[in-house]
Design a protein around this ligand. Structure first.
Ligand code: HEM
Length: 321
């Protein structure tokens, strides 16, 4: 009763109950598909294993895709919808043009549909896939609360509210707190930057014309700055030039935090985690204990992936029913 009231009031109280993970709207649960689609998790796990065996960039892509889904209208699969007619969808918004591996979610959805048609949302498939790819990269595992619904709205303009790599600490804090996420969540989830790749455009503010007095961000390690400058010259660089997020871009480890302490992280938003004493001490803690990082990451992923929205179970992840 108390829980129902809390959900209606849009409060976070229900998250305190063991099987309820709701921040806005309805509650999610761990056993959601036990009766209606008992094999859903193994179908998705196998689909992810096959996708990753063919393409090692899939884990980074899907982890970031889930984050971008959850930050716009909640985790409702809105990032998976295609643009239609005059409506430009989220996936065609500037921060999302570098998202990829949508096919991996679409193919998992097809396999799930052939076992249990019309039962499992695309948003749940993406949340489960994000967990599976972290595991496949050597990271921690966790139980994913399920029962998300798919949204019917996807607008490129709304992707403007995703955090930018040029953000300072207070901008990052605001972006996360607007979604019910804390500074601890910010530090733990930024650890997703242990996987993957970044294009030059995402960090070029730090290596060319940084300020009126410094060409390069003084908080960046000079060795990294000069190597990034040669990879990313101002003119005539290949469109897909850039850098791996860390030297082990397919392994989910705590190297990211060690790099921040050495001034070797790529984005201003990564380096900004040293700005406040509280976040700086979390960076130090995660750099010295992978276990502490894993525990915090799992807790924050469950929280982020429980931000919900959505109205239907889409049949095809690219189009509304
Ligand atoms: C804190 C705010 C964040 C900012 C400003 C940010 C920004 C970015 C940017 C600019 C890129 C590179 C895009 C490109 O140039 O291709 C990137 C990549 C990535 N981000 Fe974030 N991010 C943030 C948080 C997160 C979170 C919370 C996660 C997941 C938990 C995440 C996971 C990733 C991954 C895995 C990649 C690599 C993608 C790939 O290789 O395909 N990021 N991020």
């Amino acid at each position: 009763m108390m829980c129902l009231f809390a959900i209606r009031a849009g409060a976070a109280l229900c998250s305190l109950l063991v099987l309820s993970f709701s921040y806005r709207g309805y509650a999610l649960s761990l056993n959601y598909y036990d009766k209606t689609c008992p094999n859903v998790e193994s179908i998705i796990a196998t689909a992810m294993k096959n996708a990753v065996a063919k393409d090692k960039t899939v884990p980074a892509a899907l982890l970031r895709m889930h984050f971008h889904d959850c930050f716009i209208r909640g985790c409702d699969g809105s990032v998976l919808l295609d643009s239609v007619g005059s409506n430009t969808a989220e996936k065609d918004g500037p921060p999302n043009v570098s998202l990829h591996a949508f096919y991996a979610i679409e193919s998992a959805k097809k396999q799930v549909e052939s076992s249990c048609p019309g039962i499992v949302s695309c948003a749940d498939i993406l949340a489960l896939a994000a967990r599976d790819v972290v595991v496949l990269s050597g990271g921690p595992t966790w139980d994913v609360p399920k029962g998300r619904l798919d949204g019917r709205t996807s607008q490129a303009a709304e992707t403007r509210s995703l955090p930018a790599p040029t953000f300072n600490f207070s901008q990052l804090q605001q972006s996360f707190s607007q979604r019910g996420l804390s500074t601890e969540d910010l530090v733990a989830l930024s650890g997703g930057h242990t996987l993957g790749f970044s294009h030059c455009s995402s960090f070029e503010n730090r290596i060319h014309n940084f300020s009126s007095t410094n060409d390069v961000d003084p908080s960046m390690h000079p060795g990294l700055a000069s190597s990034l400058k040669s990879t990313c010259p101002i003119n005539n660089r290949p469109r897909n030039a850039g850098s791996n997020m860390d030297p082990s871009p397919t392994t989910f480890d705590n190297t990211y935090y060690k790099l921040i302490l050495q001034g070797k992280s790529l984005f201003s938003s990564d380096q900004a985690l040293l700005t406040s004493p509280k976040t700086k001490s979390l960076v130090s803690k995660f750099s010295s204990s992978q276990d502490a990082f894993y525990k915090a990451f799992v807790k924050s992923m469950i929280k982020m992936s429980s931000i919900n929205g959505g109205q239907e179970i889409r049949k095809d992840c690219r189009v509304v029913n």
